[in-house]
Design a binder for this molecule. Structure first.
Ligand code: UDP
Ligand code: MG
Length: 153
């Protein structure tokens, strides 16, 4: 099965939304294979957001992403990169569809609750950026047959 990286951003930690985000992930049937609280810093954000380092808002992005610790998670599931990206919604919370995490929980294009890997290739790189192999657990919840048909597993 595929894996993706999630960051529950300071905008959600500050607003005590960790439980709601985790609850939606669990309700959907994605497996939480890794989860921890860490403090980000400018060095790792320059790597993680390398595509944005030259943008004028980058200093504000660093400030907002370092405002509190964050929760990083590895999720496992079939097509989980795409599934969680869809669940996340458009970058700007004001444009994100209702029902998505950003659409339901924020009004900002920066303080937008969660990060979601955007491709399986980037998910592998991002997971390795934040997790060592012994922090990722390979287990199968006993209810998997209720989340997937036999021929999907
Ligand atoms: N961001 C921002 N201003 C922008 C675009 C992006 O502050 O105009 C922030 C925002 O927090 C976003 C993150 O930079 O989630 C990464 O941007 P990206 O374009 O990769 O969006 P995402 O993949 O998070 O939807
Ligand atoms: Mg992105």
């Amino acid at each position: 099965m595929e894996q993706t990286l999630v960051i529950i951003k300071p905008s959600a930690v500050e607003r005590r939304l960790i439980g709601k985000v985790v609850g939606r992930i669990e309700d959907k049937g994605m497996i939480i294979s890794g989860m921890k609280m860490i403090q980000l810093d400018e060095r790792i954000l320059r790597e993680h957001y390398a595509h944005l380092v030259d943008r004028p808002f980058f200093p504000d992005l660093v400030k907002s992403m370092t405002a509190t610790p964050v929760i990083v998670m590895v999720l496992t599931g079939i097509d989980v990169v795409n599934v969680f990206r869809t669940m996340t919604g458009s970058t700007n919370g004001r444009k994100a569809a209702p029902g998505t995490l950003r659409g339901d929980f924020c009004m900002s294009g920066q303080a937008n609750i969660v990060h979601a890997s955007d491709s399986p290739e980037n998910a592998k790189i991002e997971i390795a950026r934040f997790f060592s192999p012994n922090e990722i657990f390979n287990y199968a919840p006993v209810d998997m047959s209720f989340f997937y048909a036999d021929d999907e597993l």
